[in-house]
Design a protein around this ligand. Sequence first.
Ligand code: UDP
Ligand code: MG
Length: 146
Amino acid sequence: MAMEQTLCIIKPDAVSRNYIGRINTRIEERGMRIIALKMLWLSKSRAEEFYAVHRGRSFYEPLVSFMSSGPVVVQVLSGEDAINDYRKLIGKTNPLKAAPGTLRADFSGARHSGALYENALHGSDQLETARAEIPFFFKQHELHPR
Ligand code: UDP
Ligand code: MG
């Protein structure tokens, strides 16, 4: 398996519920390494840009409003097969359908609000996506592979 880097965002629902540490413990226990991280509050226009691929979809407006509603943690994870492995760890996009024990099943705001966009985590879906999403937030010198 190839060593990969992937972009993880801990979304406002999980940050506001104080789940940063619990989520990162599960990521580290899985064997992935956090090689860059920061907390920031996305403007609506930055959130729109990040999710531009979904522009026009019915969930786009609520999604960008949610993603700019409070601070997020953005981080880069590295590991063997990290892109797919992390997607398995977080579970299905719909957090109410995510398997028990996945991060979205355990930490999503949707469990309380019913809003499906509140699914706790973002993960790059393939190599090309990761290669575009990581530089959206990080300069090369901010990554510390180890
Ligand atoms: N989303 C939503 N409803 C949908 C599909 C997606 O609210 O029917 C939100 C959800 O927060 C998701 C994000 O939009 O994480 C991006 O959607 P995508 O299909 O890329 O899912 P992901 O890659 O995050 O699993
Ligand atoms: Mg996606």
